[in-house]
Design a protein around this ligand. Structure first.
Ligand SMILES: Cc1cc2nc3c(=O)[nH]c(=O)nc-3n(C[C@H](O)[C@H](O)[C@H](O)COP(=O)(O)OP(=O)(O)OC[C@H]3O[C@@H](n4cnc5c(N)ncnc54)[C@H](O)[C@@H]3O)c2cc1C
Length: 380
């Protein structure tokens, strides 16, 4: 039976939580990583592993780079093609980015934690309650156990129980995207190294994506601002199939393809607005901290950056014995200094496109212009 008292409990073993555990590998602290699921577990996502995620992983330990390069269940993304009104805008990626089903990618990160750290791992353990006391936190799990820690790192995703309890976070529909995605097999006309993004005028700046996966599979999805979904009383699942039907290029891509399993929905808490993400004896990371890129919907890289920064702050706390809310502010500052201006810019760009969809016409009309290309590349 693992110890019920740890220096650090990381709640959630997605990219934010596993990165944090990996970054704490040499800390000499007792760390517990807790997840309600059993790995490998699926996560509704587009499965695009952004350059920032790859870079962050490599920065932790050269061994992780070696192991990731040998990990077979991925495709390198070399270019992205955007389609709008019979026009195409494509560009090549400079950094190293991939596509990999989250079932596999997250399990890869989870296996690194198992292989390279002394972390205590508890699966199928859902955190239901968090009580703060003098010495840190007491967590209660769904099976009635209590777990204690000095420092709590919340990495429990978009529907974070802990963010609700610790910072009273509610969904801000104006900064939250509702999304659906399905897997398809037998997708034979897709370039395995190109991710594709499709726009339709009436849903701008929302888009449908087709991201290639190994073995002629593809991840196909569509997302839209939650406030728009409610205002227009839209049924996202219905809209997904309508989009495919109405876009000849998308229909052509999926001709002969077979949908595997159901179309599944999940939310994306976007970044761009500064929220409190720490307090005495705790920090929030990843989707629990609402730091998904408002333009691209990429959250894996940002989640991993936050996990790494939370680990650095944790080391400081244990070195100084200071776990006060004021000391934790350094984590907020580090995270917003790293990601804040990019998130704000992308939020403004997204809002401008929503108000003035004709801007996209301009962007596509100037598709050959290298400044425009660079701008779009940066935004994605
Ligand atoms: C449809 C869709 C498409 C997306 N596409 C992309 C993309 O292509 N590229 C990209 O970079 N990002 C994408 N994102 C965003 C990305 O999925 C998230 O930003 C990323 O998963 C955040 O990682 P995380 O570790 O914070 O949370 P998660 O990956 O959600 O991990 C949270 C973990 O916490 C566990 N957990 C939750 N509650 C509890 C609890 N109470 N107790 C114990 N454990 C708990 C869960 O089981 C889970 O394992 C997409 C999101 C959606 C919804």
């Amino acid at each position: 039976m693992p110890s019920t008292k740890s220096d650090i409990i990381i709640a959630g073993a997605g990219p934010a939580g596993t990165t944090c555990a990996l970054a704490l590998a040499e800390a000499g602290l007792s760390v517990a990583l807790i997840d309600k699921a059993s790995f490998p577990r699926d996560k509704v996502c587009g499965d695009a592993i952004p350059g920032r995620a790859v870079k962050t992983l490599y920065s932790l330990n050269p061994k992780f780079k070696e192991e990731f390069l040998a990990f077979p269940l991925k495709l390198q993304t070399r270019s992205t093609a955007l389609y709008y009104r019979n026009r195409e805008l494509s560009f090549n990626w400079v950094g190293e980015a991939y596509t990999s089903a989250r079932l596999d990618f997250d399990n890869f990160l989870f296996s690194l934690v198992r292989a390279h750290t002394g972390t205590t791992i508890l699966q199928e353990t859902e955190i239901k309650e968090a009580q703060q006391g003098k010495e840190g936190f007491t967590l209660t799990t769904s099976d009635g156990r209590t777990l204690n820690c000095k420092l709590l790192i919340a990495a429990d995703g978009a529907n974070s129980t802990l963010a609700r309890k610790l910072i009273n976070r509610t969904i801000n529909r104006n900064n939250h995207v509702g999304s659906v995605r399905a897997y398809y097999s037998n997708v034979t006309t897709l370039n395995p190294h190109t991710t594709e993004v499709y726009f339709l005028e009436e849903f701008l700046p929302s888009y449908l994506w087709i991201f290639p996966l190994p073995d002629n599979r593809a991840n196909v999805g569509f997302g839209m601002l939650s406030s728009e979904i409610s205002r227009r009383k839209l049924d996202l699942k219905k809209l997904f199939y309508e989009f495919i039907e109405r876009s000849p290029k998308v229909s052509q891509r999926l001709q002969g393809a077979i949908q595997e399993g159901p179309l599944q929905g999940f939310g994306l808490p976007l970044g761009g607005r500064r929220l409190p993400i720490s307090g005495s004896n705790y920090m929030l990371t990843g989707d629990a901290a609402s730091i998904i890129d408002p333009m691209s919907g990429d959250g894996i890289g940002n989640a991993m950056v936050s996990g790494k920064l939370a680990a650095a702050q944790a080391l400081q706390c244990f070195a100084t014995g200071n776990f006060s809310a004021q000391a934790m502010q350094k984590y907020d500052a580090a995270l917003y200094n790293t990601l804040g201006s990019e998130l704000r810019l992308h939020l403004r760009t997204r809002n401008a496109l929503a108000r003035m969809p004709f801007l996209l016409n301009g962007i596509f009309a100037l598709a050959g212009n290298r400044h425009i290309k660079r701008l779009v590349q940066k935004a994605l």
